[in-house]
Structures are given as structure tokens and as C-alpha cells.
Design a protein around this ligand. Sequence first.
Ligand code: HGY
Ligand code: MN
Ligand code: MN
Length: 415
Amino acid sequence: MRFGTEILKQADFLATCSQGSSGITRTYLSDAHRQAGDYLLGLMREAGMQAGYDALGNVVGRYPGLEADSPVIVTGSHQDSVVDAGRYDGLFGILSPIACIKDLHRRGVRLRHGIEVIGFGDEEGVRFEVTMIGSAALTGSFDVNWLDRCDDAGITMRRALENFGGNADAWQSVRRDPGRIACFIESHIEQGPVLLSENLPVGVVTAIAGVSRLRASVVGLAGHAGTVPMANRRDALAAAAEMVLAIERLAQSDPSPVVATVGKISVAGGGAINVIPGRVEFTVDLRSPDDAIRRTAEAALTNACNAIAAQRKVVLEWQRFFDLNAAPCDPYLQEQLASAIGEHGVKVRRLPSGAGHDAMKFAGFTPMAMLFVRCGNGGISHNPLEIMTAEDAEVATSVLLRFLEDFEPKSPHAA
Ligand code: HGY
Ligand code: MN
Ligand code: MN
């Protein structure tokens, strides 16, 4: 194999770049981020690229093309992870293009267009609860207020950047001119069961689901667990629990493809075994490939929770802190990916992405496309059981290389 075995070995090393005592967790601007970033820079330089960190800690590698003033192909994915993650989410989309360029460099081949590979420092949003920081900065939607957001230890993003060796004040230098970019393409594990169930190694993404993220704060009345009669309680956790189940029921009953997840819930101060919880916060992650359906679902779930709050006499406040519309993938690029797949004798399967990706930030900024690669274990992801094979890594990387080698920007006159 030209690529697959090596890529999985590299992913195995990157899995050791982790914080905490067990599992894989690599958050933005952490020591683990630095360790993984340094390793990726080494791979990029070995592949003949000029490589370094940008002001926000993204890893950037460049492989110049024959035509210096032609727009570049940008590819890549995120190097951060969720808590207790798998080892391929994001990273495959950085390692695969590096392997492509290493192959071109070995053969002494330069393509017409330059290629830029980016390892985005944050996509999951674990540390500062804003996601896709790197791709947002590249495409002009970075919010300077994010620099003042604190992590759980009270460290601001600004301070974390200084500690990392970044430069918070130079965040605008990360922004790209869309006129200098021919397209953005991201390779990523599917994180779902479709390719696995149809026994296909790769697929072409048609669109990425839109996502709303909300934080609910439920305020009741703390009290003595032993003395307050049940009928007199305004128990914030019991109210939140009823809301969580109502959200699940609404998403389950919605005939359209809506998914809703309450991923975090906490009692203020951590709670105590003998105190009726007075204040609870929980998050909602709501997704649909159709933005109108997502908006309707969001109204339905907030109304249902507001009704529960009224009935239980607790105060419920909502804060929507993240909202990204569904991102269609460029049809022309989908065609180019499809022909690269066809040339490998693989049936072309088009499918939507339920998971969010950095590629979303490029929609409307530059033509964007995604290549999915099969993952095993039922397609599980955001879980240490996430798995892929060297054979599939091989096919996906070979398809990406063919896409890069054959890339022709869509002519302005093309239909
Ligand atoms: O949440 C997502 O869909 C992505 O993994 N950040
Ligand atoms: Mn992820
Ligand atoms: Mn990902």
C-alpha cells in the first residue's frame, strides 16, 4: 500500500498526543495540540511543504504550484478532538492530503495549482464552547469577542494563545482572500453507518446538516431534601429532566430528519445529595439538512420546555450560542470527486453529512466539497471505538490524489 498503512500509523502516534490520564482528548491550544501540531509540521516538511503555525495555532502547509498566481486548492480538517474521542475524526483529513503531497514530491511533480493543507486547531469547540474557530478565521467569521471567552480553568482564549505562542492581535492575518482559493475539499470519516452498510470505501458528500446550539438555564428553588414537601418543590433538576425527555420525544416523533441531543447538563455548584437543586443548565444540539425544518423544530422544543417550566413554576431562559445553516457541497466539485472515485472502480455513492465539519465555513466563500471514508464498528464516532481500515485509507487517499491531479476550476462559462 502506498498510503494506508502509514496513515494509520501516524494516527496511532497522534492518538498519544492527548491531555488527561486516559482516552484521547486534545483541546485547542493545549500541550496536546502543540505536540500534535509539531508532529504534523514535521510530516508536512518531510513531504516537501513549507509549514508553520498561523497566529491562531492552526497548522498550515503549502506546496506551491507551477502557476504562482493561480488560486490554490485548500484542503484539511481539524486536529482537535472531543473528550474521550476516536483517533481518526479530523486527523484523517489532514494526514491524507499530506500523504498525497509526499507522493507528488517524491515523484518531483508540481501541479498547476498550489495546494494548502490546514490542520485547524479547533473544530469541536470543547475548550471555549465556540466551534470551528480556525475555519471561521480563515473565511472571515471569527468573532473578536471569542478572545475573551474563558475555559473551565478561567483562562481566556487570548491568554491561551499567548501561552501557545500564537498572536491574538494578529487574528485577522489568518483570513484568506476567496479570490486566491480555487476550492476547499475535506476528507473525513463518515461517522455513520451508510458506507459500511453498503460495503463502500468512500462516498461524495452532498450537503452538511445545519446546526443550532442552545443553552437552557432552569432556575427553581434550592431547599432541604428532608423537609420540603414534594408538593411545594420547585426542583430545577426534575424540571430539566422532564425537558430533556420532551426534547427527545419531539425529535423522535418528527417525521423529518431532525436530531436533537442534550450533551451537557450541570447543577450549579455541582449539587449536593441533600439539597433540592435550585439551578441547572443544559445544552441542546439540534440538526437537520433542511434549515426551515430545523427552525420549526427549535420553536417546538423551546415551547414544550417553556410549558414545563410554567407548570413547575421554575424560570427557564434560553441562549442560542451557535447557529450554522446547512451547507450544500458544490455540484461541480462533487462531479470531479465522483469521476476520481469512478476511476478507482468504486461505485459512486452520494450522501449527506449529519456531522458538522470545517467545510461548512467555506460554503458561500469558495466552492466546497467533502470526501467521506467508511468507518467500522457500525460507523461509531466521538467514541474510542471509532475505527477505519488501512485499505479504505488507501482508496480515499488515492481518490483525493486523483482529484488534486485532475483538478480543473469550473470555467466561468460552464453551465
Ligand atoms: O459536532 C459535530 O458534528 C462535529 O463533530 N464537530
Ligand atoms: Mn467530531
Ligand atoms: Mn470531525
